[in-house]
Design a protein around this ligand. Structure first.
Ligand SMILES: N[C@@H](CCC(=O)N[C@@H](CS)C(=O)NCC(=O)O)C(=O)O
Length: 320
């Protein structure tokens, strides 16, 4: 296990001042469009997703592919949940896949093919273009917007719109707070290397969860009367919270099960057809507890908690 324990947690420039974690910005930000005006036209069978089922950012893209019915049009390779010092790799262990598109052993091969001078952290998700042989985009927030509408011609659920024009401003605004305090807030807590940096992250995290619980007392979804990208962006963090972030990242003022509304909301999203198939709690736990040697040097994966994501949520009464 020593190679696992040595795995880095930070990339170049991610150690901010005062023990703060500063997430690197994503390097590849091109766009696939339905009309091809961006140089990357939507086509069936052309683009491929590289994901980890453990990663909350990649999980967003897996969910969008599933909900839009894009499994036929966009292939997907699943990396091993535990990284070694060479980064994300493919061994085909149960619940993962080999990379049948490019035959890579490591995802770093795709980064090197796209930009030989790339020397930051190799991250998932990656949207790969088989025609130009390069990464189109490695930012989950962009990829889910593309999957929501650019591939509708090839989607089996083309009418599902999780980012409707009329709600965009409100979705963008709530995403900003949730990204900063919740999605990235758990990482800023967990990767903090000073008491001050940890407290700067953990208190706003719980203040935001408290506010979201209140918001969700009277409304079924975060924005409007329908599910939106904002819900799915929050979902992947809530799903990992009690199993991983409470212990591993020290986000332990409260658990999600302690929140009356957030807990039901999590189960409501989980019950959406197709979503449970994208969830692998075992890979999630193994990824975090075995990859971040700096914060879990014993590499022991805890047995609990016992989660009951299938319990009734009773939120239909809120409408929407
Ligand atoms: N901004 C990126 C972040 C992706 C990201 O940080 N992914 C993590 C996994 S959860 C990763 O690949 N980490 C690789 C590493 O730390 O070496 C996105 O949202 O797409």
């Amino acid at each position: 296990m020593s190679d696992v324990l040595a795995t880095q947690t930070f990339g170049k420039g991610e150690r901010g001042d005062g023990g703060r974690f500063k997430r690197q910005t994503s390097a590849f930000r091109d766009w696939v469009t339905s009309d091809g005006s961006s140089g990357y036209p939507a086509e069936a069978g052309r683009y491929h997703l590289y994901v980890s089922l453990a990663c909350p950012w990649a999980h967003r893209t897996v969910i969008l592919r599933q909900l839009k019915g894009l499994q036929e049009a966009i292939g997907m390779s699943i990396v091993d949940p535990v990284r070694d010092e060479r980064g994300w790799g493919f061994s085909g262990e149960p619940g993962t896949t080999l990379d049948e598109v490019n035959g890579w052993s490591y995802l770093s091969e795709g980064y090197a093919a796209t930009d030989p001078s790339f020397d930051s952290r190799i991250t998932v998700p990656v949207l790969w273009d088989t025609v130009t042989g390069r990464i189109v985009n490695n930012e989950s927030a962009d990829i889910i917007v593309m999957l929501n509408s650019a591939f509708d011609e090839f989607a089996s659920v083309p009418d599902l719109d999780l980012y409707p024009d009329a709600l965009r401003d409100e979705i963008d605004a709530i995403n900003e707070t949730i990204y900063e305090n919740v999605n990235n807030g758990v990482y800023r807590s967990g990767f903090a290397s000073s008491q001050e940096a940890y407290e700067e992250a953990v208190f706003p995290l719980f203040a935001t969860l408290d506010a979201l619980d209140e918001r969700l007392a009277t409304r079924r979804w975060l924005v409007g009367k329908q599910q939106t990208l904002a819900d799915w962006r929050l979902f992947t963090t809530l799903l990992r919270f009690d199993a991983v972030y409470v212990g591993h990242f020290k986000c332990n003022l409260r658990r999600i099960v302690d929140y009356p509304h957030l807990s039901g909301y999590l189960r409501d999203l989980y019950a959406t057809p197709g979503v449970a198939e994208t969830v692998d709690i075992d890979q999630i736990k193994r990824h975090y507890y075995l990859t971040h040697g700096g914060i879990n040097p014993s590499a022991i994966v805890p047995a609990g908690p016992v989660l009951d994501l299938d319990a009734p949520h009773g939120r239909e009464r809120l409408g929407g």
